[in-house]
Unconditional design. Structure first.
Length: 94
């Protein structure tokens, strides 16, 4: 099984290693991406955001999972929806 790494630069900064998957939880109009590790630990990443943008972030995390690479989620806290979309689209899998 491939594992991947997530570096989340949001508050609090977090590095998740040995990640094996992710999920997307819908809360009314918002979504929250959660990473889970091979040890069975769950970590929410990035701030909750409107659901379509959370889906976009989940797809980026899934790219890292498929590639077995590393993804760095930039600070997203004070961005409007358009800025969030651009920031998420610019995330690269290393």
């Amino acid at each position: 099984m491939k594992t991947f790494t997530v570096v989340d630069l949001n508050d609090p900064e977090r590095i998740c290693i040995d990640c094996v998957g992710c999920s997307l939880e819908r809360k009314k109009n918002n979504g929250q991406v959660t990473i889970f590790t091979s040890a069975g630990t769950f970590f929410p990443v990035a701030p909750p955001m409107i659901y379509p943008l959370a889906v976009l972030l989940q797809r980026k995390v899934a790219e890292a999972a498929i590639a077995g690479g590393m993804i760095t989620i930039p600070p997203l806290e004070d961005l409007n929806d358009d800025e969030l979309r651009v920031a998420i689209e610019d995330i690269k899998v290393e």
